[in-house]
Design a protein around this ligand. Sequence first.
Ligand code: KG4
Ligand code: ZN
Length: 340
Amino acid sequence: MSPQNIFILGIESSCDDTSASVLCNGKVLSNVVASQKVHEQYGGVVPELASRAHQQNIVPVIDQALKQASIHKKELNAIAFTRGPGLMGSLLVGTSFAKSMALALDIPLIDVNHMQAHILAHFIEEENQEKPTFPFLAMTISGGHTQIVKVNSHFDMDVIGETIDDAVGEAFDKSAKVLGLPYPGGPLIDKYAQSGNPKAYPFTKPRVDGLNFSFSGLKTAILYFVQKQVKQNPEFVKENLEDICASIQYTIVNILIDKLKKASKDTGIKTIAIGGGVSANTDIRKALKEGEYKYGWNTFIPKFEYTTDNAAMIGIVGYLKYLNKDFTDMSVLAQARIKL
Ligand code: KG4
Ligand code: ZN
């Protein structure tokens, strides 16, 4: 191998996906994700079960990532891992494993902020793919996060808006639970919404100052609405599932787009990138694209596999930090809450 090739192993274990990825000079050679099915029956992630599943998955997942990349662990230049934010029991597994492996191989260790990684996923090297130019606005929307970030450079970011309660993915998943849909319900709401009337049931949008979000009121409003309707007609949900899902999705997408419009107006920035599991949503994608001709936005949506939790995004941050020789030492600790 030529000495210019920098191989990074990325490890992600912040929530309920165990993932490992090998990158060469910022290009993904492998990105293996083991999603934990165990949580489905509980309607949400159970932290204790998540950390146990990470323990079971981490060795085979890393092994698979190295095999798929066709490289030997001795060829790795550094190991990057998610330090936080996330569930402590989950983070500990990836952190401890990364430390031991870096020590055994005698290579640098690089700690990565999971939220930064969702944003820097846009910098994974891909054929014919343009990257956002600085400064840009990044909206990170998932089951664990909802943020609008002003990205000045790779490692200079300001959070300019975030949720004050539930994350947007939680709003999708909890609404889906009210409708009797299995966890995670976000993709199902999206699916049913496609054949429903988005204006069938108007839900009030929360009033939150500035660029912050709130989703807990909406979830309660949906719960009360459904309970009231079911009292009158026990078959209400079954008979109107598409319209209910379309109305919920319409409200949530409007909340997100309204804040993005405000963020763009306030900052004068028209380059907009999204990331996180909820960016898979059909109507968010549509609304974002519409922003291109409506408001002159230049929008960026990463490939689906780099949007949900994955180790390739940890690997790209690892690569960028490697170029800056920004390494960490063995005293580094996992951190459940960590700022951008
Ligand atoms: O990024 P992710 O895989 O994990 C974290 O939460 O960090 O995001 C998962 C979230 C779940 O809440 C899921 O319901 C939501 O993303 N999601 C969607 C869609 N696909 C995934 N929400 C709405 N529409 C979708 N198509
Ligand atoms: Zn995430």
